[in-house]
Design a binder for this molecule. Structure first.
Ligand code: ARG
Length: 585
């Protein structure tokens, strides 16, 4: 693993050095460098500095220019406007930089950060004995992409799938199963679809009984108490529901082309034992108080209707624990046992009030603080193509599997139309990669806190900001590399570069910085936007600069090399987002 200093870092260092040479009293000032359309980079930092030092900005800029060491990396620096600097990079530096990235392989020369922390990512948390719907899609897709990006920066991530496997509805389910043994076949014998339809059947039957039969209702209530106090027989039946549901979850996650590890499925029930302790600690510290028998936490700033304070309920008056108690106990586990430095929750924005209260409670208890921070990455709602919350024509929530199946089917049409030499099996395989990729990309390319429209026509379109467009760019490059036969990609730093080659090269150099920024801000859409721009710059390059028919053999090799670095960067970036890049399409 050989790390490569990015061109923007090299320029930054040289400008910072020139700044302090020109103005020693300023100490280390930031030249505020960014990519620019006029030149390769523009530095805007001199304006603020001149103001602070009461100097003339254009004069100061001219002095800085005189101090800039030019040659190997910087070809030219010019003062422009009121005191900006326009910087042009040498062609050689661009090619050499990419050659070093190319030689590094997988990481493309991007070094991992030195002081990495541990982030626990709470994502992909469906509920036991319930079907997954489109709302569960976002948490899984965004969480998986964030993990990919964070891991790439060197952060250690631990996944937690906080599944809903605890609570009063299980009393009803278990009591029903207790009275109707054998209705759930052993989980080992069923596939995901069957598992869900079994659960559905039992759920509906037990619900009907619960609503109709007062005595059953009473028995179901007693069953909840037995469950929470760890009665063996009750726990065994509960386990059956959990196992059956997991078979189903795994089948959906597999469809989503997402790896979920068993040891990271740690649901609400896992914190059951620690909940009384959580309550005791909070009460002893005075963070939680007794109110009408319940143990609650109040917040001055959080008020509901009639301006009444809305408390967080740690323990109900009947002694039961709920959602908040399991989350508070989970925080203790993640902070003190897993030694997390960051807690990240990828959960629907509609739960943001819950998390605000949970985090504030944990802060008052000293479990969160400067050493550990918590964030709720609240995401918006998935809307139908009509802009209303996504429902079936009958007004029901859309089942996630149906939606994924439909996406794959649409993708198969697109792939079939374009496919020249693919067998039917190959078409199906590509269709899965294209269809699932399209669903993930549509989700990831919008800022997570915004709602977005689930529009399959748009998602699998070949034009515009879609994963299919990116996948085609990748496959096209692979086809060129195959066509090149014996001619291999080789960098030739001595060659002059065309404008489209320079633009592509400079963008490729920014990959690492983009991933770091997107990871730090929990903003997968920034990486998606980068990749889309990369594919667009590649398309321009491809239109303007013949590759296999370039003028000289060196130029052919150098352009093949640019193609290859582009392909690897696309592949890596898509991979971090959880999207496949088929070699042929
Ligand atoms: N199972 C919950 C739901 O479907 C999401 C759990 C979120 N994570 C958490 N730690 N509360 O709404």
């Amino acid at each position: 693993m050989a790390s490569v200093t990015s061109l923007s870092d090299s320029v930054h260092q040289r400008l910072a050095a020139a700044l302090s040479a020109a103005l020693p009293q300023a100490g280390s000032a930031d030249p505020l460098l960014r990519r620019s359309d006029r030149a390769d980079f523009q530095a805007n930092g001199i304006l603020a500095l001149a103001k602070k030092e009461k100097a003339n900005p254009r004069e100061l800029a001219t002095q800085v220019v005189a101090q800039v060491e030019s040659g190997d990396v910087i070809k030219d620096v010019e003062v422009s406007g009121p005191g900006f600097l326009n910087i042009t990079i040498t062609d050689r530096a661009i090619t050499e930089n990419l050659a070093a990235r190319h030689a590094d392989g997988e990481r493309l020369g991007v070094p991992p950060k030195e002081n990495a922390g541990i982030t626990v990512v709470d994502y992909a948390q469906p509920n036991v004995a319930k079907e997954m719907h489109v709302g569960h899609l976002r948490s899984a897709v965004i969480g998986d992409a964030l993990r990919g990006m964070l891991d790439f920066t060197g952060e250690k991530t631990i996944g937690r799938h906080h599944i809903g496997d605890w609570g009063t509805q299980f009393g009803m389910l278990i009591q029903y199963l207790f009275e109707h043994p054998g209705e759930l076949a052993p989980a080992a014998d069923v596939d995901g679809q069957q598992a869900m339809s079994n659960l559905n059947r039992v759920y509906k039957a037990s619900r009907a009984l619960f609503d109709a039969d007062e005595e059953f209702k009473e028995r179901a209530r007693k069953r909840v108490v037995a469950l929470q106090s760890g009665d063996k027989e009750t726990l065994e039946l509960w386990q059956q529901f959990v196992d059956e549901s997991k078979v189903y979850f795994y089948s959906v996650f597999e469809k989503l082309d997402m790896e979920i590890r068993d040891e990271e499925i740690v649901g609400e029930s896992a914190y059951n034992e620690g909940m009384p302790e959580t309550a005791r600690l909070l009460e002893e510290m005075g963070v939680a108080v007794r109110s009408e028998g319940a143990l609650v936490v109040f917040f001055d700033e959080i008020r509901g209707k009639d301006d009444q304070p809305v408390p967080l309920i740690v323990q109900k008056a009947d002694g039961g624990f709920g959602y908040a108690a399991s989350d508070l106990t989970a925080i203790r586990n993640r902070v003190f046992d897993l030694r997390a430095t960051t807690l990240l929750y990828v959960v629907d924005v509609r739960q943001s009030l819950h998390f605000r209260m949970v985090f504030e409670t944990a802060r008052r208890a000293g479990w969160l603080g400067e050493h550990v921070t918590a964030h709720n990455m609240g995401y918006g709602t998935v809307l139908g193509a009509d802009g209303k919350p996504f429902k079936t024509r009958e007004g029901e929530t859309v089942r996630l599997e149906d939606l994924l199946d439909e996406a794959v089917q649409r993708a198969a049409e697109v792939v079939r139309e374009k496919a020249q030499d693919l067998t039917e099996d190959e078409i199906q395989e590509r269709a899965a990669q294209v269809g699932i990729g399209a669903v993930k990309y549509a989700d990831l390319s919008t800022s997570p806190n915004r709602d977005y429209k689930f529009d399959l026509d748009q998602m699998v379109s070949l034009n515009g900001d879609t994963s299919v467009y990116l996948q085609y760019a990748y496959a096209r490059i692979q086809s060129i590399l195959r066509k090149a036969g014996e001619t291999k990609p080789v960098a030739h730093p001595e060659l002059e570069l065309a404008p489209a080659e320079r633009a592509l090269g400079l963008h490729l150099d920014a990959f690492g910085d983009t991933v770091f920024e997107a990871a730090a801000e929990y903003a997968p859409h920034k990486l998606a936007a980068y990749l889309y721009q990369l594919a667009s710059l590649y398309t321009t390059f491809y239109d303007k600069c013949p590759v296999l028919k370039a003028e000289t053999p060196e130029q052919v090799e150098n352009r093949l090399f640019l193609c290859d670095v582009t392909a690897r960067t696309l592949h890596r970036g898509m991979d971090l987002l959880g999207i496949r890049t088929p070699e042929r399409l």
